[in-house]
Design a binder for this molecule. Structure first.
Ligand code: ZN
Length: 166
């Protein structure tokens, strides 16, 4: 086995990072609030701009980077709207403009959508990710790297302290 200190971020390794995400100078997300983030490298678990920047980094190394929309949450598309009759929303969902919801699309992928308009009994959802179109300013630090288990590679995600398991 290679010395852990010399391990570099590469495909099929579980990497744990500390991070801070700023958009337009405002901190939107950070590991101080959410806890450090373990992910399986090379499987699209995190946005491509971040994954590319992490490749080759070592434990203890940190980096500041700017991720353009195409390597982040995509460009904002003006026609990415979807009309859904109000009656199709479960009762516990607060149907109000600005509310963000997780919905499952036809492929079974979870999408984050925002209620953008409510007219009579029709609700319009904006299917752009809330961060689509934004430049993402990241401050990242690698705090752990380890071999993934065969099960993690099969599931294409990290199993760490019960995080993210489904
Ligand atoms: Zn799993």
């Amino acid at each position: 086995m290679t010395d852990k200190k010399e391990m570099q971020v590469a495909e099929d390794l579980v990497v744990t990072i500390e991070y801070e995400l700023k958009v337009n100078g405002e901190v939107l997300d950070s590991s101080d609030e959410e806890g450090s983030l373990p992910y399986l490298h090379g499987h699209g678990n995190i946005i491509s701009g971040l994954e590319n920047a992490l490749l080759g980094m070592k434990i203890g190394e940190s980096k500041k980077l700017v991720v353009e929309p195409q390597d982040g949450y995509g460009e904002r598309e003006e026609d990415a709207l979807m009309d859904v009759p109000r009656e199709e929303f479960p009762e516990e969902v607060p149907v109000e403009v600005g509310v963000e919801l997780e919905v499952t699309d036809q492929d079974g992928d979870i999408m984050l959508v925002t209620i953008s308009k409510i007219e009579d009994e029709m609700v319009t959802l904006d299917t752009n990710h809330p961060l689509a179109g934004f430049k993402l300013h990241f401050d990242i630090k690698v705090i752990g790297i380890r071999e993934a288990t065969p099960e993690e590679i099969e599931h294409e995600h990290a199993h760490e302290d019960g995080h993210n398991h489904e």
